[in-house]
Design a protein around this ligand. Structure first.
Ligand code: FES
Length: 207
């Protein structure tokens, strides 16, 4: 083995000043890159909403309503306790009963598992919009087919049928049964609900 092989580091030709300069530049570049990455991550991240309530506007049944909501407020809470639209019901925590069904931007959703803030800028339709002096055909068909007993599940079913038939106006009985499988009725009036939906498909009970 030669002597130069055993030479201690730094070896001949090593410039300590240049090394330190290079290290500083690399550290500065790393810091800049880290800041840039953090800035990009912040820009891409969703807005963080604090715990405090805020005033927002919701479009419900064609009208704009100002409501004060907390980030945790569900759409169901706002509909029932601020707008007094009590048709949608709080039955199941996870929305599996379908009793809180409302239509948001054309889709049936469980209002008790949907945050009110997520509905800002969207069109919300509740069962109340289907009633009145000239009720929707689905409401009339429910009455005609006697599709309720205690009636607690009925608003959710009416909205679910309306949403389903809007998308499937010529649905068969089998499709209706499948399309309504997100709604439960403890009284067991399923047969009459399906009968009511079929009546609407056939053009009956027009409001
Ligand atoms: S009519 Fe009673 S739960 Fe459906």
């Amino acid at each position: 083995m030669k002597d130069q092989d055993l030479a201690p580091w730094p070896q001949a030709g090593f410039d300590r000043r240049a090394f330190l300069k290079g290290s500083s530049a690399a550290a500065a570049a790393t810091t800049l890159a880290t800041h840039a990455t953090q800035a990009q991550a912040q820009a891409a991240a969703p807005e963080i909403v604090g715990r405090q309530s805020r005033l927002v506007e919701l479009k419900v049944n064609g009208k704009t309503a100002s409501v004060r909501v907390e980030p945790r407020s569900t759409l169901l809470d706002v509909l029932r306790y601020q707008l007094q639209l009590t048709g949608a019901k709080p039955v199941s925590i996870d929305g599996s009963s379908g009793a809180s069904t409302v239509i948001v931007d054309g889709k049936p959703i469980a209002a008790n598992t949907t945050l009110a803030l997520d509905c800002v800028g969207k069109s919300i339709q509740t069962v109340e919009s289907l009633g009145g002096e000239k009720p929707d055909a689905v409401v009339s068909a429910f009455v005609h087919a006697d599709a309720m007993q205690c009636g607690f599940c009925t608003p959710g079913f009416v909205v679910a049928v309306r949403a389903f038939l809007d998308k499937n106006p010529g649905a068969t009985e089998e499709q209706i049964r499948s399309g309504l499988n997100g709604n439960l009725c403890r009284c067991g009036t399923y047969a009459n609900v399906v009968m009511a939906a079929l009546e609407v498909v056939k053009g009956g009970s027009r409001g």
